[in-house]
Write a protein that binds this ligand. Structure first.
Ligand SMILES: [Ca+2]
Ligand SMILES: [Ca+2]
Ligand SMILES: [Ca+2]
Length: 396
């Protein structure tokens, strides 16, 4: 009887301690100025209908977890760490319900240092190094070039100046990322991006933000990138390396406005691969252009809010590097044209319900549209893919 009482008394004593006092016992090193944990969790039903030889319809129940700390250090330095679910792909942290409940892996999704020096009262500067969030400014339509899940490994720089006078700011972003390192080559493969943009306040509380960028890949034809996921599109050599060269020019922009109290955002991105010219590896149409354009009405960011959106996307075979482009359009990648639409509703500040549909088709059927499949097989050239995603997302 007596030992039980002791345990009970101990438990009562523990629960009687206020939460704040328990937190006081959390020991942090003197270097840590503050620490913030955040994350998100998404449950998805992903259904795709595929037409074409060798193509199967699929229905996948999937989840995504991302979670980690932002650790504020001295001297305006922050360490950002995030773990993510998935299968280690460069363009997704999705994991399917699969293999009789087998344990699923956790990956390093972000791990970088951010330095925000105070250089000027009218300028915001930040420098990044590590495996980081893409430092380039992007809208939804920018995923014709960059999948939102792609976290480059290298260096990033961002600066934005507020100009005196006409409600205007200018900004510049840089990215120098290692695409791949190989033991048999002293030279890494890289991507170098430079972006310059401007934001201007317009009448009727409208705003226009536009940026031009150039994404230059180097040694992209030397070998493959050793990437986990090879996406559709892009001509490739038998060793898996890209056949075309890539120097992609991009103009991306957003015009935000209002209909009464409902926000409205027009977005468009236009790309051309200026690196793409005829060479020994490139026969047939050169295939170097792409765009995505559309609008989002409303904004499902707080309790009771909704949004609806429509976009048209068009991406020729070598318009950009397929393996870092949006992974949800068709099976992901390039050489595809189609429509994207969604509606979303936020029943709580921290919860969003979303239904998103894709109606797509292969753009040029004379090319292999399935990664790694040669065209002369006569299969896989007809590749219409329609897709429906139903999401429940929680932010915490
Ligand atoms: Ca993705
Ligand atoms: Ca490698
Ligand atoms: Ca390589």
């Amino acid at each position: 009887m007596k030992p039980n009482c002791t345990v009970l008394a101990g438990l009562l004593a523990l629960t009687a301690v206020p939460a704040s006092a328990q937190l006081d016992k959390l020991k942090l090193s003197d270097t840590v100025q503050s620490i913030k944990f955040a994350g998100d969790l998404r449950l998805r039903n992903d259904v795709s209908a595929k037409r074409g030889a060798g193509q199967n319809n699929r229905g996948r129940l999937r989840y995504r977890l991302r979670f980690g700390p932002e650790i504020e250090l001295p001297e305006n330095l922050t360490a950002i760490i995030r773990l993510g679910s998935g299968t280690g792909e460069q363009v997704s942290t999705n994991q399917s319900y699969d293999n009789l409940g087998a344990q699923k892996a956790i990956w390093l999704d972000l791990m970088y240092l951010r330095w925000k020096p105070m250089l000027n009262d009218d300028a915001m500067t930040s420098l990044h190094a590590g495996r980081m969030q893409n430092p380039l400014w992007r809208t939804y339509s920018s995923d014709v070039v960059w999948d939102d899940d792609f976290n480059p490994e290298g260096f990033g720089e961002s600066i934005e100046w507020v100009l005196p006078g006409p409600d205007m700011s200018v900004f510049a972003n840089g990215l120098q990322a290692v695409a791949d390192e190989d033991s048999n080559s002293g030279k890494n493969q890289w991507v170098f991006s430079s972006q310059f943009g401007v934001e201007k306040t317009l009448p009727l509380e409208s705003r226009l933000r536009v940026a031009g960028a150039y994404h230059k890949w180097s040694d992209e034809n030397r070998s493959s990138f050793g990437q986990v996921t090879v996406q559709d599109g892009n001509r490739r050599l038998t060793n898996g390396s890209l056949a075309a060269r890539f120097g992609v020019g991009e103009v991306t922009g957003q015009l935000s406005s209002w209909i009464g109290s409902v926000p409205l955002a027009f977005q468009a991105t236009v790309i051309r691969n200026f690196g793409q010219v005829h060479n020994d590896n490139i026969q047939g149409p050169i295939g170097r252009d792409g765009y995505q354009a559309g609008l989002i009405i409303g904004s499902a960011k707080a309790k009771g809010q909704w949004e609806a959106a429509y976009f048209k996307k068009y991406s020729q075979i070598d318009s950009t590097v397929a393996d870092v482009a949006d992974s949800d359009f068709g099976d992901g990648g390039t050489n595809r044209v189609g429509h994207i639409a969604w509606i979303a509703y936020a029943p709580r500040d921290w919860m969003v319900l979303k239904v998103k549909g894709f109606v797509t088709d292969a753009l040029d059927r004379s090319f292999p549209t399935v990664a790694g499949v040669t065209p002369n097989a006569g299969t896989n050239l007809d590749k219409a893919i329609n897709r429906l995603q139903m999401d429940l997302s929680i932010k915490f």
